[in-house]
Design a protein around this ligand. Structure first.
Ligand code: VG1
Ligand code: CO
Length: 565
């Protein structure tokens, strides 16, 4: 083995490398700038300090455009920074939940996830880099802040330019190098193996197989899973087609990961997964539909005729039925949690079952501490994220397997399960309006004005009327959170207007976009009896009030939202 020498490359900082809600996301061409990706990777390593020496890291992502050059860069920089081993998914393929799972299983220092998740990919679109810590979860604020500090003062990159990376990620197996006299190992693995094994431990695959294939007493439960050309395709084929006997022609679609996601927006919601919605509407033999995002951590659940389950309801239904899943039979069910904008349906289940309930800021990184402390078993976000303490990321495939387990145990369809749930608990109507890529200045002004407005002396107690309905403000604030485990504080997490009857309006700026500002308006109300009205109809007055209070149209010039969920 020839001895390779690392070198130091001089560089200067970029001023725009602050990680957002979930890593650094920018246009591919931004990452392609000289030293841009290199600086960020070296900054992650600088932030890790001595812990990095001799450590193992996992590397992979959704395989989007620019993944390969980014992985080659990581290999070279890692080798020069005294990392001892990298575990990399073949062709760079590694879903976000699978990265989390293997970090935990192999007890390594962390992982670098290459994805911009639900953002479109391809040369004209987005790329992203996220660091996950040893518990398998996204780095918490104190670490992302450290990384950001490093990006502002970086002057040098350590790398091994002579390390041959060509085609290294295309072939399974282990390569060893000698860099500066140290051994450096690159192991290329099939990233589905560990993950599939984990799912087999959590769920009863025999029962799920019987559900999908049918039995003497029950016809096959006809599912349609849409990987949206993202990374879940390989996992879906493995779990659903090979293990559970689903039909590769009729039960799954778009299962080949493409580096530009076939030019679609790999975001499982009613707008960007409309194709799946239409398929279920056209073909009423389908009992169930689900879609996943680019990196596999999000899920959308649909019933027959595309009956839509809001992620907030999905969380509540799962919370109410966890006992049918072997993992929870074995480990018990501790607390539940949701992100602040997520509708409070799960809170009602927690109250009834006598479980602890937590409300955290937007972003999965806020759930990790609670899980590590054994106080949280199941959590979710309204943005199509659902997951449990089996890993420290949300998990799209897990959510579908959990839903199918509930369906199997109850022997009921999706819509009936929801209706039964609402009859017991009442219904939290929820909708979210997204205004994507607004001008940053107008969006910031709108938020500043809102901040002043809710602080004004007479705001609490004020009544607003629209379409014949009146709501009175009980409380208004900018959400801040104190982590109950380490007492860290997260401020300015979204403006909340809470009304006397429990209805809520929430305004946030997205932290995952790559250009302009995306405004999210979250609207929720609760009805004890009236549970079968269309959500958009039910929430219309509150939506009007929400637009009125914020003067959103004036500040953004937008008449309509880009996406309604
Ligand atoms: C969005 C969602 C948030 C989610 C985050 C990452 O963030 O609202 O709930 O955790 O995306 O999801 P924001 O800041 O744009 O609202 V994913 O699937 O991109 O890892
Ligand atoms: Co995602």
């Amino acid at each position: 083995m020839s001895v390779l020498q690392s070198v130091i490359v001089e560089t200067s900082p970029f001023d725009d490398q602050k990680p957002g809600t979930s890593g650094l996301r920018k246009k591919v061409k931004v990452f392609m700038q000289k030293n841009y990706t290199e600086n960020f990777i070296q900054s992650i390593f600088n932030a890790l300090g001595d812990k990095l020496k001799g450590a193992t890291l996992v590397v992979g992502g959704d395989g989007r455009y620019f993944s390969k050059p980014a992985i080659n860069t990581i290999i070279r920089i890692a080798s020069a920074n005294e990392v001892s081993k990298l575990i990399i998914g073949k062709l760079g393929i590694f879903s976000t939940p699978a990265v989390s799972a293997i970090i935990r299983e192999q007890q390594v220092l962390g992982g670098i996830v290459l994805t911009a998740s639900h953002n479109p990919g391809g040369i004209r679109n987005d790329f992203g880099i996220k660091y996950n810590i040893e518990n398998g979860g996204p780095a918490p604020d104190n670490i992302t802040n450290k990384i950001f500090e490093q990006t502002k003062q970086i002057t040098q990159i350590k790398t091994t330019p002579t390390l041959e990376t060509d085609r290294i990620i295309d072939i399974l197996g282990t390569s060893k190098f000698n860099v500066d006299g140290r051994e450096f190992t690159v192991e290329i693995i099939d990233s589905t193996i560990n993950y599939v094994n984990l799912m087999k431990q959590i769920f009863d695959f025999n029962k799920l197989r019987a559900l999908i294939r049918g039995t003497e007493d029950r016809p096959p439960f006809n599912i349609l899973l849409d990987s949206m050309n993202g990374v879940t395709g390989v996992y879906v084929r493995n779990i659903f087609v090979e293990e559970l006997g689903a039909s590769p022609d009729n039960n799954v679609r778009r299962v080949v990961p493409l580096d530009n996601f076939g030019e679609i927006h790999p975001d499982p919601n009613l707008t960007y997964a409309k194709d799946l919605v239409d398929k279920l509407k056209e073909n009423s033999t389908y009992d169930f539909g689900a879609a996943f995002d680019g990196d596999g951590d999000r899920n959308m659940i649909l019933g027959k005729n595309a009956f839509f389950v809001t992620p907030s309801d999905s969380l509540a239904v799962l919370a109410n039925n966890l006992e049918c899943i072997p993992y929870f039979q074995k480990n018990g069910v501790h607390g539940f949690a949701r992100s602040m904008p997520t509708a409070a349906a799960v809170d009602r289940v927690a109250a009834k079952l006598g479980k602890e309930m937590f409300e955290v800021p937007t972003g999965w990184k806020y759930f990790g501490n609670l899980m590590d402390a054994g106080r949280l078993s199941l959590c979710g976000e309204e943005s199509f994220g659902t997951g449990s303490d089996h890993i420290r990321e949300k998990d799209g495939l897990w959510a579908v397997l959990a839903w199918l387990s509930v369906i199997e145990a109850k022997n009921m369809g999706v819509e009936d399960i929801l209706k039964e749930h609402w009859t017991i608990y009442g219904r939290n109507y929820f909708t979210r309006y997204d205004y994507e890529e607004c001008e940053t200045e107008g969006a910031n002004q709108m938020m500043q004005r809102l901040e002043q407005l809710i602080a004004s002396a007479d705001f609490v107690g004020k009544s607003f009327t629209a379409s014949g309905k009146t709501y009175t403000v009980a409380k208004a604030d900018n959400f801040s959170y104190v982590d109950p485990i380490d007492n860290s504080v997260a401020k300015n997490q979204g403006i909340r207007v809470l009304f006397e009857d429990g209805s809520r309006l929430i305004y946030r700026l997205s932290g995952t976009g790559s250009s302009g500002a995306t405004i999210r308006v979250y609207i929720e109300c609760y009805e004890k009896e009236n549970v079968l009205t269309d959500a958009q109809v039910m929430l219309k007055p509150l939506v009007e009030i929400g637009l009125d209070i914020s003067q959103l149209k004036k500040f953004t010039g937008r008449e309509e939202p880009t996406v309604i969920t």
